[in-house]
Design a binder for this molecule. Structure first.
Ligand SMILES: O=C(O)[C@H](O)COP(=O)(O)O
Length: 205
């Protein structure tokens, strides 16, 4: 038996719009972000997707994205598990800073390393490796069993917590993950084999 795992990065947040490092800061979606979540949900609806369970982070931008998707699918009351294991990477001292100001201060290359490298921590924050160290066990213990039982599972989370999860799912290396960017509100549909490997991947953009 194989199941389905749908990953969605939250819609545009107020700090995405302002170009600020966000991390664990709990900011709301913008109107555009809510619209992106609705548009992603309509694509799932057009494919006849319905979920058996949903997972989201402890942050409102992911939770609201999750709820909008479930509302559009007519599944508003679906069991939804919130856990901070799915939170965005903690950006530490960069949280709240403007990304262009950071580039002006520390240089383009250093900021890119902090944002996209696998094992370099931003000052006072988490590397993608650190983020993976909380996302992967949570996936293995709490989410994957539903998929392997043939369920269809929604995960509404964040750019870097999902990059960490995708790295494990697809067996990507630390070098390969540098290039992976996730658009806001775009569902990524994975069908998994019974042995938990990826059977297919479909990006609904
Ligand atoms: O936390 C943030 O600032 C964003 O959600 C993700 O930012 P990034 O694209 O710099 O990783």
């Amino acid at each position: 038996m194989s199941g389905t795992l749908v990953l969605v990065r939250h819609g545009q947040s107020e700090w995405n719009l302002k170009n600020l490092f966000t991390g664990w800061r709990d900011v709301d979606l913008t109107d555009q972000g809510r619209e992106e979540a609705r548009a992603g949900a309509e694509k799932l609806k057009a494919r006849g997707v319905t979920f058996d369970i949903a997972f989201t982070s402890a942050l409102q931008r992911a939770q609201k994205t999750c709820q909008i998707i479930l509302d559009v699918l007519g599944q508003s009351g679906l069991e939804t598990i919130r856990n901070q294991a799915l939170n965005e990477r903690d950006y530490g001292d960069l949280s709240g800073l403007n990304k262009d100001d950071a580039r002006a201060k520390w240089g383009e290359e250093q900021v890119h390393i902090w944002r996209r490298s696998y094992d370099v921590q931003p000052p006072g924050g988490e590397s993608l490796k650190d983020t993976g160290a909380r996302v992967w066990p949570y996936y293995m213990h709490d989410m994957q069993p539903h998929v392997l039982r043939g369920g269809t599972v929604l995960v509404a989370a964040h750019g870097n917590s999902l990059r960490a999860l995708i790295m494990a799912l697809e067996g990507k290396s630390g070098e390969e993950i540098v290039k992976l960017e996730l658009a806001t509100g775009v569902p990524i549909v994975y069908r998994l084999n019974a042995d938990s490997t990826v059977k297919s991947k479909d990006v609904l953009d």
